[in-house]
Design a protein around this ligand. Structure first.
Ligand code: NAP
Ligand code: HSE
Length: 440
């Protein structure tokens, strides 16, 4: 062992994920060292608070509050960025890459906001950036797309990409549990982001969809260019309505590419999925992603999408790749940083042209003529109604009206919703959900 090279890691962040990495790396270290043929040492650990009580015991001498010092320390080979946020994380990441180090990151918000700059810095300075934990938690999805499916072009990738939202939706559906208490539980379990709005408003899924779009198509799509809708307005009644129509409700990230027009579309929204479909049955913190390649057909990946252990599994996978890279040079994981020209250059499809079927829930005054006025507005906007469910509303004198439509497009449904909102008899902002006709 004595003539083996020592690889030193700087761990930035000792929260949910950082503690998971510390715990499992400590347990696995001897085995990983034997497999990789090197000593691997977590040399320093950066935190915000030196006095915070933690579930893992890290020697005080290893702790610092200066994350940037880990990036610049010449003794550190691999910087593991598990702090979250985009400011300090960006500074640490760029500094380490510019010094030719390997950076391992779970930070999808950072990659979505600054991915182009980060990969350019890695290329220019001989650094490497590994990010398996940033999408779908413990599922090795990035490896699958980048390496296992390298022979394919991807017409469609879609799935459940946020564990917190899937946990909340499942608990609401199965146990009729109130939204707020399930969100608190997801936070306690370590699934949610420090800023929980990233999860429930759909931004975290958008960050992950952006990373997948870049991996598959070489294009950085920003959340502002996507339809991004979250789960906050979904109620237990929506699950009952969806079930009566034969559907479950999932928050999906959907990335499609039309290879004839060379347009791509990336969107995030709660979606009604047929009850019998694979993804509709994926519950709790689990993620599930369907990847359709032109050579392989459709492959589906399911596993824990958030939480300490699942995420640590992905980070440790990147750490071992980083060690192998430092010992033996460039590996397959380097691919994707430079997609061949044929794979690049897709344009964004205008969101208003996206076609689909819709579920619209309205709270309306319960009086004669209202349904007729709603139907007239739908017809004026060329929206064809497929079904109507009317239930009593919790609001006195109101009814809950759920319409499903035949296929239309975003422009028409949005115009219809604007007109509906202007009706005096519509008492709340309508809830719009998409009906997913996604199975192969
Ligand atoms: P967390 O529990 O909030 O932990 C963040 C850690 O970073 C804390 O230890 C904090 O120090 C430290 N930190 C924050 N800013 C710092 C700074 N400027 N300098 C030094 N240390 C700093 O977050 P987490 O859940 O572990 O998530 C970490 C990253 O992994 C995020 O990018 C997140 O999106 C991503 N991720 C999380 C999950 C998950 O399931 N939780 C899954 C996949 C990816 P203190 O402890 O002293 O406050
Ligand atoms: N908050 C994220 C989620 C963590 O719930 O999916 C995993 O990326």
């Amino acid at each position: 062992m004595s003539n083996r090279r020592t690889i030193n890691i700087g761990l930035c962040g000792l929260g949910t994920v950082g503690q998971g990495v510390w715990k499992h790396f400590g347990r696995l270290r001897a085995e990983l060292e034997a497999r990789l043929g090197a000593r691997i040492v977590i040399r320093r650990v950066a935190v915000r608070s030196l006095s915070k009580a933690r579930a893992v015991k890290v020697p005080r001498a290893k702790l610092t509050t200066d994350a940037l010092a880990l990036a610049t320390d010449p003794g550190i080979d691999i910087v593991c960025e598990l702090m979250g946020g985009t400011e300090a994380a960006r500074a640490v990441t760029l500094r380490a890459l510019r010094l030719g180090k390997v950076v391992v990151s779970a930070n999808k918000a950072l990659i979505c906001a600054h991915g182009a700059e980060i990969f350019a810095a890695a290329r220019r300075h001989g650094g490497h950036f590994l990010f398996e934990a940033s999408v779908a938690g413990g599922i090795p999805l990035i490896k699958a797309i980048r390496e296992g499916l390298v022979a394919n072009r991807f017409a469609r990738i879609y799935g459940i990409l946020n564990g917190t939202c899937n946990y909340i939706l499942t608990q609401m559906e199965d146990l009729d549990a109130p939204y707020a208490s399930v969100l608190e539980e997801a936070k306690r379990l370590g699934y949610a982001e420090a800023q929980e709005s990233l999860d429930v408003e759909g931004w975290d899924t958008a960050h992950k969809a952006s990373i997948l779009a870049w991996l598959a198509h070489g294009v950085w799509v920003r959340p502002e260019q996507m339809i991004v809708e979250g789960i906050e307005r979904i109620t237990p009644a929506d699950f009952k309505n969806a079930a009566s129509l034969g559907y479950g409700i999932k928050l999906l990230g959907i990335i499609t590419r039309d290879f004839e027009t060379d347009e791509i579309s990336v969107r995030v929204h709660p979606t009604l999925l047929p009850e019998g479909s694979v993804l509709a049955r994926v519950s709790g913190v689990f993620n599930a992603i369907s990847v359709s390649g032109d050579v392989v057909g459709t492959t589906v990946y399911i596993g824990r999408g958030a939480g300490q252990d699942a995420t640590a599994s992905a980070v440790i996978s990147d750490i071992t790749d980083a060690v192998a890279l430092l010992l033996h040079g460039k590996g397959a994981h380097f691919m994707g940083e430079e997609l061949p020209p044929a794979s690049r250059g897709a344009r964004m499809a205008p969101p208003e042209r996206i076609r689909g079927r819709y579920y619209v829930r309205l709270t309306v005054a319960d009086r004669p003529g209202v349904l007729a006025r709603v139907a007239t507005i739908m017809a004026r906007n060329r929206m064809s109604i497929a079904s109507v469910i009317q239930n009593p509303s919790e609001r006195p004198g109101s009814a809950s009206l759920v319409l499903t439509t035949h296929e239309s497009d975003e422009r028409s449904v949005r115009a219809a919703l604007r007109s509906l909102c202007a009706l005096g008899s519509v008492r709340e902002e309508p809830l719009l959900l998409r009906i997913g006709d996604l199975e192969d």
